[in-house]
Design a protein around this ligand. Sequence first.
Ligand code: URA
Length: 187
Amino acid sequence: MQYTWDDISQHVMACTECPLSRTRHLPVMGRGNRQADIMLIAEAPGGCEDEQGIPFVGRSGEILDRLLRDCGLDRGEIYMTNIIKCHPPGNRDPGEEEKEACFPHLKYETFLLKPRIIVCLGRVAAQRIISPDFRITRQHGTWVCRKNCALTATFHPSAILREPSRYKSVAADFREIVKKRSQLTQT
Ligand code: URA
């Protein structure tokens, strides 16, 4: 069965596959350019995203926009989504069952987008997508290649809110992402 973007979106909006559907306000479908070659995957919507149904509209979103701007990208050129589409109360880490219940949404988003580059924002996304033992502090900015797709991870923008001195190294990771994209478009 070949799902369309509309199918995935409708499924996300009506999803009751895990208990977060009872506490969320709005589910948050991924957003951005559906022809993008760069896909950002974060952890889960925060409180502002839950209110508006749009990823990265809160304070983390402001940091993300600054990171994008500083490396010459903007939201219109990328696709951004989360491992889980509903806000976990109190911003707790998503549970294993919640991540597994929601994973098909991400799988179909990735299948339709076919990104050349996947960027995991934060530990939770990196450990689900790259490797369960991924250490974000030690391994951010490193690359692996899987099925014609280059994968990397960097700190989640909220980690910069907690520790502003991290901005520089995350900005350096974003510059490497842009470099990788230009290398890949030459191949
Ligand atoms: N934090 C996330 O991980 N995702 C969002 O969409 C917003 C904040």
